[in-house]
Write a protein that binds this ligand. Sequence first.
Ligand code: NAD
Length: 380
Amino acid sequence: MRIAIPKETHPGENRVPIIPDHAKKLCRLGATVTVEAGIGAGSGFSDAEYEDAGASVSSHREELFGSADILLRLRKPELDEIKMMQRGCIHISYLDPFNEHELIRGFQAQGVTAISMEMIPRTTRSQKMDALSSQANLAGYVMVMQAATYLPRIFPMMMTPAGTLKPANVFVIGAGVAGLQAIATAKRLGAKVTAFDTRPVVAEQVQSLGAKFLEIDLGETGETAGGYARELTAEQVEIQRQAQKELIAKSDVVITTAQVFGRKPPVLVTKDMIEGMAPGSVIVDMAAETGGNVEGSVPNEVAEWSGVTIIGKGNLAGEVARDASQMYSSNLFNLVEDNWHEEQNIFAVDFDDDILPGCIITHAGDVVNETIKNILEGGA
Ligand code: NAD
């Protein structure tokens, strides 16, 4: 099978879908691998490294799309790119399938098998393919680095002949994969960390990292069978906001990572809460690009409200592009290897597999993912 890996074209995207080490492993599986020239420039991988790994390097983007049996990518494609693909081609990338209806229809019309990295079921066996987790983990680290850069204070306590500096107070809202890494990173830097999440099971994980868990009685919250948070009612959101207000006012740094899978993130930090914070404090809103957990956060910008810095930069994992590439590439390679049929030397699209059917959105001219199909039929 011919596997093609085109260059990412989104402005500022320095990650690559496949690093040379995994290109080598794909060749070992029996695939013919071609990458677009200059693919690794932003993350420090040269064309020569891909060639040494056994891949070919091509400058003909259109030909790359048109001849591929499998396209391995990071970001969703442009509609025009889908039109270049052959029928039966397998395209694997992030797809944002809940929102990208036109794109899904495009894949369907072109007869492409579109696999969405964000829809990989989060089971124990699929952890090695879970790009949401690998990238969120790095995002958690990056958010703390950004906060530390903008905060006019240090994180640890420092006792010196010139006086004692108190540790910074950090409040993390949402303690999933990114939030837990943010907690761990802020703790390593010596901050006093408190966190809150609507899933009660998280309290113990927060405490095991040495942070405090803020107790808020929201009544019934729980989590879905897939381990995701349920959306709160408007009343519950209001209770949460009021219960957090005092702690936010005392925090030097607030990091928000609250997401509800497939929904708009809840607004949890409002302008009146920001006005209660000391000038110079910093908020990092991980959800800025998708609607925001924080009022006044601007996607991809550093904003200010009432003397408080609000960081809304997207593509957080992309800030550490080399490590993010290595982890994403590993997720992608593991997905391909897991579905590789050795005898036939092909990627087998097997609807009886325990992982694959969950993340296939379109196949052979149909939308095959039931959740996405319902959304398309309801919303189209
Ligand atoms: P996510 O990005 O969907 O959400 C981030 C966090 O926000 C979650 O912890 C969620 O509970 C929280 N949240 C939602 N509404 C909130 C609110 N109003 N206030 C505060 N917090 C709120 O989640 P994620 O990081 O992708 O992880 C979701 C779950 O999946 C976690 O339990 C994680 O451990 C689990 N998981 C399991 C596996 C596996 O078993 N293979 C892999 C990855 C993640």
